[in-house]
Design a binder for this molecule. Structure first.
Ligand SMILES: Nc1ncnc2c1ncn2[C@@H]1O[C@H](COP(=O)(O)OP(=O)(O)O)[C@@H](O)[C@H]1O
Ligand SMILES: [Mg+2]
Length: 224
């Protein structure tokens, strides 16, 4: 193991809910899960979708809780939206388009039917707007299943922020949710119950977030 993987003493470039991301050099970052874990499965999915032309960071190395990958330029979709560089319709249609492109790929494990590769956490902080176009990061939850489940999860994630009255992004999330539901039509509803059930078991959720899941689902059904 080389030095940079032993411990990144410098401040992270960014920190998400689960991971810290450190700069290695101009071309590479290290993403490290704070609570440990194994990135092997997500690295395999990333390599697979990349081989089919889907935009993800190139993975250089996956070991334990550490993923060394291509350093992406550009802001997250969330920062671009909040900065007014993208409006709600552009943001939502970009998210919908990424779902569409991902779900057009042949699954890696299953053999057909309606089973597709799913990201299951495809929200505006997990997309980076780079010079080569939007790139999807954070494949921890990736799995295979019905495409509508992925779409419904994006709606649930946006709705969870929208129903949290005190959240500084609540009204932005509500606007984005409306635009996203408009883009995806009925797809967000067919697997809504399944999406809520899945989200309920997500260990990354706080108790309060879990309690607001029913309100989030009601917001989605009410808006359609
Ligand atoms: N390949 C990358 N290049 C540059 N920045 C990145 C890269 N991957 C992640 N980031 C930054 O780190 C943040 C957290 O990464 P993410 O994989 O979403 O972790 P988490 O699971 O903690 O949400 C992202 O929102 C983004 O700002
Ligand atoms: Mg993330």
């Amino acid at each position: 193991m080389t030095g940079y993987c032993r411990g990144m003493e410098s401040a992270p470039l960014a920190s998400g809910r689960d991971a810290d991301v450190f700069v290695i050099d101009d071309r590479r970052v290290l993403r490290r899960y704070r609570e440990g874990g194994d990135v092997a499965a997500e690295a395999v999915v990333m390599a697979y979708v990349a081989s089919l032309g889907f935009p993800v960071p190139t993975v250089h190395r996956a070991q334990g809780a550490d993923l060394v990958m291509e350093r992406l330029d550009g802001p997250t979709m969330l920062s671009a939206f909040l900065a007014g560089e993208l409006d709600a319709v552009e943001t939502a249609s970009c998210l919908a388009d990424l779902h569409h492109r991902l779900h057009a790929l042949p699954p890696r494990l299953s053999d057909g039917g309606d089973v597709r590769i799913l990201h299951l956490d495809l929200h505006p902080e997990n997309v980076m707007l780079t010079s080569r176009g939007p790139v999807v990061i954070d494949w921890r939850n990736a799995a295979e299943g019905p495409a509508d489940l992925d779409v419904a999860l994006t709606a649930v994630i946006l709705a969870q922020v929208a129903v949290e009255g005190a959240h500084p992004l609540a009204s932005s999330a509500a606007t984005l949710l409306d635009a996203f539901l408009e883009c995806v039509g009925g797809s967000a509803l067919t697997a809504l119950d399944q999406a809520v059930a899945r989200r309920r078991t997500d260990p990354a959720l706080t108790g309060t977030e879990r309690e607001r899941l029913d309100a989030a689902a009601a917001l989605i059904t009410g808006r359609r």
